[in-house]
Design a protein around this ligand. Structure first.
Ligand code: UD1
Length: 368
């Protein structure tokens, strides 16, 4: 008799989730006989440029269910996602819910699933910044407290989970699905004509440039912090023109605080994945507070300064191109100068198992 297919629901909510589910879906499509899978979009990110464009570019199919639960405070957003996802689970009865990363949707859906006795798989488990003022740290800790499968990207994740008392047989060091996607998109990019990208002319014109992204509440919601960082960027841009792809949260506070950038800093709306990759892969320097970009720059050997006091991704410092510089303007300026003086770009092969095959390993574990 044919074995019933396992009902698997994938959850995606915010921009950094989309590049992680894309390679998992590509792999699931090879195993349609084993998995009856569905995709749920919580709607945490809802702007075209933060969501839809990623679905189109990364080849992610239309979600089977869209909750439209974006906006509002953390509690409002989390609550809306929980209510919507509970309804979905009661109607569709998945055997397993797979969540990625550390956003509010990750937390909300894993709690709902677990309370309905549905198994939870957490991709990118075990990362810890030790900074409880970060909403993502709380999301990571709560999700990991109740997950059944831990898929880990780097050795620190395994160590943290063991320290927290999780059983070793539940922990699977598989590498990084986001790097699977990165390598896939780099190959796609090679086949494309660069002139299709809106920023290509700018890239040619600038020659040597840096790329900036910022969205952490601790950097962008506080006026003193944001003014300090903006001042540092303006200073760096005297020698190295910068392209600043501005997240909606940051656009809002830049306007609110009346911060104005000179022409040496080219401000753009959030960019589609390929457009952005085409820019940062050739940047002299990336300045960011993103989690994912710290890892992607390490994988391609691009120098990266992280404007945070801590990172939950220590491998990017130990083995990669990442330097933690905090948000003190003088330090940011000094570290940027140092990074630009270094003539050699990162050439390492990258952290162990960041080889483009993490999704395949995850699916093998789930097949059992
Ligand atoms: C979220 C994630 C963060 C991730 C980031 C990447 C949490 C706690 N945070 O932060 O881990 O690194 O996404 O982008 O889940 N907004 C729009 N349009 C959108 C999305 C958001 O205007 O498409 C606005 C929201 O209404 C809100 C602000 O931007 O005012 C912040 O959005 P939110 O989803 O709360 O958190 P992010 O800062 O994007």
């Amino acid at each position: 008799m044919r074995r019933a297919r396992k009902k698997l629901t994938l959850v995606a909510g915010a921009r950094p989730n989309f590049m992680k589910i894309a390679p998992i879906i590509r792999e699931l499509k090879k195993h349609q006989d084993v998995f009856d899978w569905a995709l749920v979009h919580t709607g945490q990110h809802y702007d075209h440029g933060m969501s839809e464009v990623f679905f189109q570019e990364l080849g992610i199919p239309e979600p089977n269910f869209h909750m439209g639960a974006g906006g509002g405070s953390h509690a409002e957003q989390t609550a809306r996602v929980m209510i919507g996802f509970e309804k979905y689970c009661l109607e569709h009865h998945p055997d397993l819910v797979l969540v990625v990363g550390d956003v509010n949707s990750t937390l909300a859906c894993s709690i709902v699933a677990k309370k309905l006795n549905i198994q939870v798989a957490h991709v990118e488990a075990g990362l810890r910044s030790g900074d409880m003022s970060m909403p993502e740290e709380i999301n990571r800790m709560v999700t990991d407290a109740i997950s059944d499968y831990f898929f880990v990207t780097e050795p620190s994740g395994e160590k943290n989970l063991k320290r927290e008392g999780h059983r070793p047989e539940k922990i699977h060091f598989v590498g990084h699905v986001m790097i699977d996607n990165l390598f896939f998109q780099v190959e796609q990019l090679k086949q494309m004509d660069a002139s299709v990208f809106a920023t290509n002319a700018l890239k040619q014109q600038l020659g040597r440039y840096g790329v900036v992204t910022l969205h952490r509440p601790s950097n962008v919601d506080d006026e003193t912090a944001l003014r300090g960082i903006a001042g540092a960027l303006i200073d760096i841009a005297r020698d190295l023109p910068l392209i600043f792809a501005i997240h909606p949260r940051t656009a809002h506070t830049i306007e609110k605080f009346g911060i104005v950038f000179p022409d040496t800093i080219v401000c753009t709306a959030p960019l589609p994945y390929m457009e952005f990759l085409n820019l940062w892969k050739d940047a002299a320097l990336v300045l960011t507070d993103s989690g994912g970009l710290q890892e992607e720059t390490t994988a391609l050997g691009v120098p990266c300064l992280t404007l945070r006091e801590n990172t939950e991704r220590p491998i990017t410092i130990e083995e990669g191109t990442n330097v933690l510089v905090g948000r003190d303007p003088a330090r940011i300026i000094a570290e940027a100068a140092k990074a630009l003086r270094a003539t050699k770009r990162g050439t390492r092969k990258g952290p162990r198992l960041w080889d483009g095959k993490a999704s395949a390993r995850i699916i093998q574990v789930l097949i059992g």
